[in-house]
Design a protein around this ligand. Sequence first.
Ligand SMILES: Cc1cc2nc3c(=O)[nH]c(=O)nc-3n(C[C@H](O)[C@H](O)[C@H](O)COP(=O)(O)O)c2cc1C
Length: 338
Amino acid sequence: MNVNEIREKSRSVIGPYCKSCMMCNGKACSNKIPGPGAKGTGTVAIKNYDAWQKLEVKMDTIASNNEIDTSFELFGKTFKYPVFAGPVGAVSQHYSDLYNDNSFNEVYVNACAKSGIAAFTGDGLNEEIMIQATRVIKENEGVGVPTIKPWDKETCFEKLKLANESNAFAIAMDIDAAGLPFLQGRIPPAGRKSEAELKEIIDYAKAPFIVKGIMSVEGAQKAINAGAQGIVVSNHGGRVLDGTPATAAVLEEIADKFKGQVKIFVDGGIRSGLDVFKALALGADAVIITRPFVNMIYGAGKEGVEAYVQQLGQELENVMMMTGVSSLKEVSKKNIYK
Ligand SMILES: Cc1cc2nc3c(=O)[nH]c(=O)nc-3n(C[C@H](O)[C@H](O)[C@H](O)COP(=O)(O)O)c2cc1C
């Protein structure tokens, strides 16, 4: 099955909110939470997608016809592409009960590792989710990134302990989850963290720490001060605060300031190898893609992930070939019209 066939197949099993659209652009699910939509007006996810579409790439085929190298080094590991599968929590609530978080992560982590990339795993109120996610990551030789919510200190440390024991090559926190409607007023409590609190958490982590949910130079600076080795320029797909700009709109300024000091990821509306290329051209080291991977798993499990990763890789290679670059390091602002 190809990616479109898998997407079509997922339509009948993915539940009432996600329409498994041919192009996952945030429109049909708009403000559906529960569901994969965005908060409030539901426009931020749409903005994320549209911003990548507005960027245009510069074709240039007068270049040495070297082999195209898409491989990406991160924290001592080599990945096939600069692409990671993003964390998803509460899949049965937001999609359908064909999967729960445990059965989803089992397929997700495994299939991504086999495809030469890595999955971030989501977190939730049920403590079993992190226990199972870290177990699967351990079984996959640490190829996965447990992503912890900004819980109270005690809970964070319990989850970090599991993450440390899993030998995960990196550990993350979606610091912006303070804005998730379903976390408000719940036990364990979650919320904002001061720079000092974040530093304590990062210091306890044995693997390089990635802070997800950065939308400004100031935010990036605070994460770096706290010891982050990676940041994800992300607005959580519009699910935590209405009225934020698209991630593509803030990426360049953040990357101009911090590239080389910290690994810079970006997510939100990235759907194709072409979008991946544009994100790298704006200064990202790598991208994260989430919602389309859910469609792939609901439609075809492991095979869905493999098909999508392969398609993303082929698209990226093709754009690199047609813009005159042969390795990721060569991709820069010169490759897009600005
Ligand atoms: C249903 C759903 C659940 C999510 N759960 C998590 C989560 O547990 N942790 C997290 O860091 N991000 C979570 N996200 C955010 C995504 O990882 C990602 O940041 C966002 O969806 C933007 O990327 P995309 O447009 O490629 O989906 C979730 C997103 C959706 C749609």
